[in-house]
Design a protein around this ligand. Structure first.
Ligand code: ATP
Length: 358
């Protein structure tokens, strides 16, 4: 049974439809992400799950129980916000224990539980420190500890790392994932950062315009995007004009600009004889070389720009028959490698995704 289930959630704010029929299930113990650009509805969905927002229609279930009408404090969920919302005049321990005091939990138990969660977030012995003496990363951990001390079944995190600088953010991503796996609580994590979602999650719901575009494990999102939006949003890609021809069900013949006609797997059941399609190929799934390769497709090309990125070089190339610049990434060649900017670019048929335009 799903730890959390959202069933056909619609949420209107006046004229604005923030959620347009969202259904999903989150498994117990999962590190689940809601990912999407600004205004796609991810925070609204999280707030509906938390009970901070009432859906206009649809239902929310926790462990099979309909909680749609239950107030926040009666749901076994705790929330962590980007702003942390800590009390600056209180100590770390007081901030964490405050909610328990309000619930009249005995003092000795509060001391024990605060100690335990401070150990979980790797801040043992910090009880008596002032909040204003804590760094950004430490404040984020205190906010996490304050949510965990309530022993929720579900932790809802709204861009919790958004205020941290890149290096600290990378560290905290790893730390949060380890913590989540150790304590086994279900996490629902909102972010607009696709790299964060891809690197941390068990599964991701990619949202756009109040709808879920795809719900998959991160490698699936990357390798088998279901539509143009997901293909473009997750990582980088090249889109090539295409047209489908005949199909035998599993495979379909596709004519791709500059490449020719090929039989490729029709994972998405795309219609035959359609020009409402496009092919997508990732820069890193292609190879750039000085000599012709024996890959499925190998094109003569000319480099028009390069950018050196440290761990790889990105090449912007013109290939015969393709009317836009193709991006290819390589860890093996740099911009000095090619004479007169002449090169070959190669791809495998299995790395080409066929997608509907709409
Ligand atoms: P961001 O990353 O920018 O926070 P988001 O994906 O979390 O974006 P939401 O905050 O869920 O998006 O907002 C979805 C839509 O609903 C937006 O168009 C937003 O303007 C609108 N919206 C959200 N909350 C309210 C509100 N309280 N009143 C009116 N409109 C709202």
């Amino acid at each position: 049974m799903d730890a959390i289930r959202a069933d056909s959630i619609v949420k209107d704010f006046g004229e604005v439809r923030a959620l347009n029929g969202v259904s999903l299930g989150v498994e117990a113990g999962e590190l689940f992400f809601l990912l999407g650009g600004s205004g796609c509805g991810k925070t609204t969905l999280l707030r509906c799950i938390a009970g901070l927002e009432e859906p206009s229609s649809g239902q929310i279930f926790f462990d099979g129980e309909n909680v749609t009408a239950l107030p926040t404090h009666k749901r076994e969920a705790a929330m962590v916000f980007q702003s942390y919302a800590l009390w600056p005049h209180m100590t770390v321990g007081q901030n964490i224990g405050f909610g328990l005091e309000e619930r009249k939990v005995p003092k000795s138990e509060i001391v024990e539980r605060v100690k335990e969660v401070l150990e979980m977030v790797r801040m043992p012995g910090f009880e008596d420190r002032g909040i204003d003496q804590m760094s950004g990363g430490q404040q984020q951990r205190v906010a996490l500890a304050r949510a965990l001390v309530r022993q929720p079944k579900v932790l809802l995190l709204d861009e919790p790392l958004g205020a941290l600088d890149k290096k600290l953010r990378d560290e905290m991503q790893l730390e949060l994932r380890t913590l989540q796996k150790n304590i086994g609580i279900t996490f629902v994590f909102v972010t607009h950062d696709q790299q964060e979602a891809i690197s941390m999650s068990d599964r991701v719901a990619v949202m756009n315009d109040g709808k879920i575009q795809q719900l998959s494990a991160p490698n699936e999102l990357y390798k088998n995007p279901k539509n143009i939006f997901v293909s473009d949003f997750i990582g980088e890609t090249n889109f090539l004009k295409a047209e489908t021809k005949s199909s035998d069900g599993e495979f379909i013949n596709v004519s791709i600009e500059g490449l020719g006609e090929f039989k490729i797997k029709n994972n998405l059941n795309i219609a035959a004889n359609s020009s409402d399609v496009v092919c997508s190929v990732r820069p890193e799934s292609m190879m750039i070389s000085k000599v012709k390769s024996d890959w499925d497709i190998c094109l003569d090309a000319k480099i028009c720009q390069t950018s050196y990125l440290g761990e790889m070089t990105r090449f912007y190339v013109e290939a015969k028959g393709i009317d836009k610049i193709i991006t290819v990434s390589s860890q093996h060649f740099d911009n000095q490698s090619f004479e007169n900017n002449e090169c070959f670019i190669s791809m495998s048929l299995e790395d080409i995704s066929l997608l509907n335009k709409k």
